[in-house]
Design a protein around this ligand. Structure first.
Ligand code: PMV
Length: 339
C-alpha cells in the first residue's frame, strides 16, 4: 500500500484494562522495555479505551487528543513512539491524528496505559495496513507499556520475563475469558490521578529498594503457583498467589528510598474488609497495582455480594464488577475514509 492510498484512512480499536494476578514490577537492564519477572493477568470487560487513528498527508506532525483535549507531552511522546514503529514497519511517512478516550479514570492505577497502548497498537497497525498477528501487536504495545502487551489478548494471559536478546517479546493467552467463572470487584478509593506513574515508581524501586533482588527471585515462583491454579481452576490457590504477589510487590516499592507508597486510608480499609469477608467464609482476595484501588478476586456467583460489601467501606468511592473479557480489536476498519 502506498501513502497516496493511505491518506485519509481511519481505524478505530477498543481494548480493556487487565489486572495482574501475578505481578510484573521492574525491568531488565538490557533495554527493549523487557520485564524482569513473568506475569499472569486477566483482561477485563466493562472498562474500555476507544482509540481512533486517522492518517493525514497534509499533517506535519502527529497529534494526540485524550478525552477531546490535547494530551500532555509525556503522554504524546509515548504515542508518537508507537506510531513511529508502525510507520517503519509499514514503510510510511504519513503522520496521524489519534483520538483516545477511556470510560474509566485515566492514570489512576486502573491500568489505563495497558488498554491505551493495546488499543493504539491495534488501530495503528490496521490503519497503516500492517497485517499484524496478535503476537506482533502485543510486542508492539509492550515496547511502550509492558502491561499493554497483555491487554492485546483476552481472558487469562501470560507474559514471560524478558531475556537478553529478546526484541519481540509478546504475551500469550492461557485460557479464554469464558474458561473460568471468576470476577474482579474493583473498589476505587479515589477519583484523583496517582502521584507516581508506574514507570517512574518501578525504576526508582529497582535503583534503591533493598528488597528488589528478593522480589526478582520470588516473583517467578508466585507466578508458577498462579499458572498452576489457573490450569486447575483452583480459586483458593489462585487467591493465595494473588495476595502473595501484590503484597511482595508493594513491599519492594515501599522499601525504596524515598518510599513509593501507592496506598491511601481507603486502601487499608478495603484490605481489612477483604480479610473480614474471607474470615466470614467468602472466597475473596485483594490485589493492588500502581495506585490506591483494591481489586478483589472472587467467584462470579459471589460478585454482587462482594461489590455491595466493598461499597459500604469508608474511603471506597465506588465499586463495580468486571468479568474476564476480550482482547483488543478493531471497531471500524481502515478502509473507511474519514473525509
Ligand atoms: O506496564 P506498566 O508500566 O503499566 O506497569 C504495570 C505494573 C503493575 O500494574 C503494578 C503490575 C502489572 O503486572 O500490571
Amino acid at each position: 500500500m502506498s501513502d497516496r492510498d493511505r491518506d485519509g484512512a481511519a481505524a478505530e480499536a477498543i481494548a480493556h484494562p487487565n489486572i495482574a494476578l501475578a505481578k510484573y514490577w521492574g525491568k531488565r537492564s538490557f533495554g527493549h522495555n523487557l520485564p524482569a519477572v513473568p506475569s499472569l493477568s486477566v483482561t477485563l470487560e466493562g472498562m474500555a479505551t476507544r482509540t481512533r487513528v486517522v492518517l493525514d498527508a497534509a499533517a506535519t506532525s502527529d497529534t494526540f487528543l485524550l478525552a477531546g483535549t490535547v494530551a500532555p507531552d509525556a503522554a504524546k511522546v509515548r504515542v508518537v513512539g508507537l506510531l513511529h514503529r508502525v510507520r517503519q514497519r509499514a514503510g510510511s511517512s504519513l503522520f496521524a491524528r489519534v483520538e483516545s478516550a477511556n470510560d474509566f479514570p485515566t492514570s489512576s492505577g486502573l491500568a489505563s496505559s495497558a488498554s491505551a497502548f493495546a488499543a493504539l497498537a491495534t488501530a495503528a497497525t490496521a490503519v497503516y495496513g500492517v497485517d499484524a498477528s496478535d503476537a506482533e501487536r502485543s510486542s508492539l504495545a509492550r515496547k511502550t507499556s509492558v502491561s499493554a502487551a497483555r491487554s492485546v489478548l483476552g481472558g487469562f494471559v501470560e507474559l514471560r520475563a524478558g531475556i537478553e536478546g529478546d526484541v519481540e517479546l509478546a504475551a500469550v493467552q492461557l485460557a479464554p475469558p469464558e474458561a473460568w467463572e471468576v470476577a474482579i470487584v474493583v473498589a476505587a478509593t479515589t477519583r484523583a490521578a496517582k502521584e507516581t506513574a508506574s514507570t517512574e515508581g518501578m525504576a526508582h524501586t529497582v535503583a534503591t529498594s533493598p528488597y528488589h533482588a528478593a522480589w526478582v527471585d520470588y516473583a517467578p515462583r508466585v507466578f508458577e503457583q498462579a499458572k498452576a491454579a489457573l490450569a486447575a481452576r483452583d480459586i483458593e490457590k489462585m487467591g493465595d498467589a494473588v495476595e502473595a504477589s501484590a503484597f511482595a510487590m508493594h513491599a519492594d516499592a515501599i522499601a525504596a528510598r524515598p518510599t513509593v507508597v501507592y496506598w491511601n486510608p481507603g486502601t487499608m480499609a478495603a484490605i481489612a474488609e477483604v480479610r473480614a469477608l474471607r474470615k466470614g467464609g467468602l472466597g475473596v482476595w485483594a490485589t493492588m497495582d500502581a495506585g490506591p484501588h483494591v481489586k478483589v478476586l472472587t467467584r462470579a456467583a459471589d460478585a454482587d455480594r462482594v461489590r455491595d460489601a466493598m461499597r459500604a467501606v469508608p474511603g471506597v468511592v465506588d465499586a463495580f464488577i468486571a468479568r474476564p473479557g476480550a482482547g483488543s480489536r478493531i471497531l471500524s476498519d481502515a478502509a473507511s475514509s474519514s473525509r
